[in-house]
Design a protein around this ligand. Structure first.
Ligand SMILES: Cc1cc2nc3c(=O)[nH]c(=O)nc-3n(C[C@H](O)[C@H](O)[C@H](O)COP(=O)(O)OP(=O)(O)OC[C@H]3O[C@@H](n4cnc5c(N)ncnc54)[C@H](O)[C@@H]3O)c2cc1C
Length: 284
């Protein structure tokens, strides 16, 4: 097996190109090392072009090589994209957060990958570059190609960064998950929300839950219910019942029954929306 630690993007692309489809990108290795490894690996975790967190005028740019630990510690991410900060804080364990990257979390394409769920709720776009230097942008949700399958071929494209709209006035976001243990456990359900309020009315809402479909899934009926509504007990009851009935979820012998997961979807959708609204009102 050959393993090269690329020191820049040019070198990573050169190796991928010369390997003729045999080499694959690797970052923190927390997912890829559990699989059958390809014969050639290009480690991009030190490639400067995919690192760093930048706050531009109209966007927040987060490198695909940023680790969960770096994202969790970033004051910029906490103030501009709190849902992502909360998601990264809860991934795995300190060791996993120190090695695992946001890019790997998305490309590994687990339906309930924590950072991916937050990125989808935040409406993040991914920027990718191919082996000929052409760039493309795609919504994170569109990088899912099926259950545990990415639409990105990591021998032919490199995920460079994520672009997000920074939090606007009157906007708040939140992430929550329910798992059998506080650490090192896959979530039974996770949820993220991004909500904007204006004069105490909800003007925009994105609520995402997982696992339901191959990719993190927006609760469109619940979002409709929230639009134009004034937050209050009655609304939160309706959010819970609408969320738990609007999409099909699967049960499993090992994890939990379908009924229990439906119940959790309702509870988490309500709590995460409430939390995002509280933050949105504080930012009004
Ligand atoms: C013990 C343990 C606990 C875990 N707990 C959680 C958890 O609680 N929540 C959670 O969401 N995840 C969890 N994970 C999964 C994992 O840590 C994350 O998905 C992590 O973010 C993957 O990132 P990585 O850099 O390690 O990816 P890698 O393993 O290096 O790569 C994963 C995939 O992404 C591709 N890839 C990586 N970077 C790029 C890039 N820049 N461009 C193109 N392709 C790329 C690789 O080719 C590979 O296909 C856990 C894993 C372990 C081992």
């Amino acid at each position: 097996m050959s393993y090269t630690i690329a020191s820049n993007l040019k070198q990573a692309i050169k190796i991928l190109k010369e390997s003729d489809g045999k080499a694959q990108v690797i970052a923190g290795a927390t997912d890829l090392f559990l699989e059958n490894l390809p014969s050639e690996l290009v480690d991009v975790s030190a490639v400067p072009e995919i690192l760093g967190i930048t706050r531009g005028k109209d966007f927040l740019s987060i490198g695909a090589g940023v680790t969960h630990a770096e994202a969790a510690a970033s004051s910029v991410i906490r103030s501009e994209a709190e849902a992502l900060s909360e998601a990264c804080r809860i991934v795995g364990s300190p060791q996993v957060r120190n090695m695992g990257t946001l890019g790997g979390n998305v490309i590994n394409a687990a339906p309930a990958a924590d950072a991916a769920v937050a990125l989808v709720a935040l409406g993040a776009k991914a920027v990718l570059t191919d082996l000929y230097g052409s760039s493309r942008e795609a919504f994170v949700v569109d990088l899912y190609g099926g259950y545990n399958r990415s639409s990105v071929d990591s021998s032919a494209e490199i995920l460079m960064r994520f672009l997000l709209k920074p939090a606007q006035r009157g906007e708040g976001s939140a992430f929550l998950r329910f798992a059998p243990r506080a650490a090192l456990a896959l979530p039974l359900v996770n949820a993220a929300a991004r909500i904007r309020v204006e004069q105490s009315l909800i003007k925009e809402a994105r609520i995402v839950i997982a696992p339901a479909k191959p990719a993190p899934t927006r609760l469109l009926e619940t979002e409709k219910l929230l639009l134009g509504a004034k937050p209050g007990l009655d609304l939160w009851q309706k959010v819970k019942s609408t969320a738990s009935s609007e999409i099909e979820v699967r049960g499993s012998m090992l994890r939990c029954s379908e009924e229990y997961r439906c119940h959790l979807v309702g509870v988490l959708a309500r709590r995460v929306s409430q939390q995002a609204v509280v933050r949105a009102m504080e930012a009004e």
